[in-house]
Design a protein. Structure first.
Length: 159
């Protein structure tokens, strides 16, 4: 008897792909639709570098570089949680600016993308900073961003 142990993303999500190119398994789909450069780029994105500035951790290098030169404050406050939440916010659909991707108009697929990032970035944060604890939030319209967003911050109460 064969047992199946599901991964973070259920295979049936492929049925929602607007391209109509669903396959029986993710490896089969990837082998037919994704190149090596894209796989390696994605691996680096799912296991990213993190940048620390003034005790705050950020996923975006350009944000971290800019924050070295200015004060760590936001239009919403300057406490540590707000600073990290604000500067780590990613608009999930707008991330795909360079790709003409019809899938970004499917809320369920965008939510699945956010859950994937939460899983892999959470794993990366725990591996690099085992003494710290981080929290994630997936919600619409964070900090006046339109659409579904993801953010994370250090849970200083538990660290």
């Amino acid at each position: 008897m064969m047992r199946t142990y599901h991964g973070n993303v259920k295979v049936d999500v492929m049925l929602k792909f607007p391209s109509g190119t669903a396959a029986a398994t993710f490896p089969e789909w990837v082998a037919n639709h994704v190149g090596l450069e894209q796989i390696l780029g994605l691996a680096g994105y799912l296991d990213p570098e993190f940048y620390e500035v003034g005790g705050h951790l950020f996923w975006d290098r350009y944000v971290a570089e800019r924050l070295q030169e200015v004060s760590l404050s936001t239009p919403f406050g300057d406490d540590p949680v707000t600073v990290e939440r604000y500067f780590n916010t990613i608009n999930l659909a707008e991330f795909f600016l360079c790709a003409a991707d019809e899938a970004v108009h499917h809320e369920e697929l965008i939510k699945a993308f956010g859950q994937v990032l939460e899983h892999f970035w959470g794993t990366a944060l725990r591996a690099r900073f085992p003494e710290r604890s981080y929290r994630f939030e997936i919600a619409p319209d964070l900090f006046k961003e339109e659409g579904l967003c993801l953010t994370f911050w250090q849970d200083r109460d538990r660290s």
